[in-house]
Write a protein that binds this ligand. Structure first.
Ligand code: AHM
Ligand code: MG
Length: 344
């Protein structure tokens, strides 16, 4: 006997479906269950992609993407494979009208017989350039409702980010973690591989109001605008003598996930070289901004709230800062300082 009493395993697991269904039931007759079914389809795609991400490391030992496997079938790159998985599942769900994927130039308008009332914008495998190094990657998604019942057009996915009805991401790491908001806070679920279910493990995620970490690709600082460099200088050489720590994985899902749990600021600014920044508005910045605000943080371009932007095209980019409210507000002081007016 070790003398340490182990807690008995829980026999009352809260699965993602049970949890979302609970939220929908609380909404009463306003909820039709369609969103729950759509989220069920998305969960399945995350499980499928998680399996492939895990296997990819082995597959890469025997053949690079683009080559043929022993059966003579083409081996698809993981991001293309993940895109196929998502488009097939979302189309088959019968709940979608328009799909936008980072991997496809044009939006997909779902044929009338399979059409539902939701639009899903997604990056099927963000950070995939990191995959060969075993670094965490993820799927990011945002969900809109169509503007008019039965409609399915580009306008339906060119709505302000604040019009999203749900957003989330799944991070594929040592385990798969799905972080989701349906507009009533943010919850995190971990895939129990044995059960094949996402289990609620991080209820009501709140970003700490202030952190001690900044997460920027500072290698680009020679191109950064002055407010950004001045802010970075202020947290590296503070009067308190306690500088912030730098953490940058280069995989948005992983950098944002850490920011949600530990606090601090994540930034991918526009700069003198990349006039609109790098991150995509619809399926990277919007979903992450939606989650950030739902978790009590702030998400801004430096000049405006990200969720207020009205997209003009589906693949447009934007400057992006998000995280702990006090940290992001500190950055905004530099943007709002007249000293830096017209230097951003
Ligand atoms: P991707 O969509 O081509 O994967 O690019 C997006 C990724 C983000 O995950 C990450 O935040 C960023 O690119 C990193 O960019 P950089 O390598 O320039 O720091
Ligand atoms: Mg991406």
């Amino acid at each position: 006997m070790s003398g340490i009493e182990e807690a008995p395993p829980s026999t009352d697991l809260i699965t993602l479906t049970r949890h979302v269904l609970g939220d929908q039931l609380r909404l009463g007759s306003a909820a039709t269950g369609d969103l729950t079914l759509l989220l069920t389809a998305i969960q399945v795609t995350s499980k499928f992609i998680a399996t492939n991400v895990r296997r990819a490391r082995l597959i890469n030992l025997v053949g690079l993407a683009g080559e043929q496997n022993v059966q003579g079938e083409d081996q698809k790159k993981l991001d293309v494979l993940s895109d196929d998985i998502m488009v097939n599942a979302l189309r088959a769900s019968g709940k979608c009208a328009v799909l936008v994927s980072e991997e496809r130039e044009n939006a997909i308008i779902i044929e009338e017989k399979n059409r539902g009332k939701y639009c899903v914008v997604f990056d099927p495998l963000d950070g995939s350039s990191n995959i060969d190094a075993g670094v965490n990657v993820g799927t990011i998604f945002g969900i809109y409702q169509v503007l008019n019942d039965g409609s399915a057009s580009l306008e339906d996915v060119l709505q302000q980010g604040s019009k999203m009805v749900a957003a989330g991401y799944t991070m594929y790491g040592s385990s798969a973690n799905l972080i989701l908001s349906t507009g009533q806070g943010v919850n995190g679920y971990t895939l129990d591989a044995a059960l094949g279910e996402f289990i609620l493990t991080h209820p009501d995620i709140q970003i700490p109001p202030r952190g001690k970490i900044y997460s920027f690709n500072e290698g680009n600082s020679m191109f950064f605008h002055e407010p950004v460099n001045a802010y970075l200088h202020s947290i590296k050489y503070p009067a308190s003598g306690k500088p912030y720590s730098a953490r940058y994985i280069g995989s948005m899902v992983a950098d944002v996930h850490r920011t949600f749990l530990y606090g601090g600021i994540f930034g991918y600014p526009d700069d003198k070289k990349s006039k609109s920044g790098k991150l995509r508005l619809l399926y990277e910045a919007f979903p992450m901004a939606f989650l950030t605000e739902q978790a009590g943080g702030v998400a801004t371009t430096g000049k405006q709230r990200i969720l207020d932007i009205v997209p003009k095209n589906i693949h447009e980019r934007c400057s992006c800062f998000l995280g702990s409210k006090d940290d992001v507000n500190d950055l905004l002081k530099f943007y709002n300082d007249p000293k830096y007016a017209d230097k951003s």
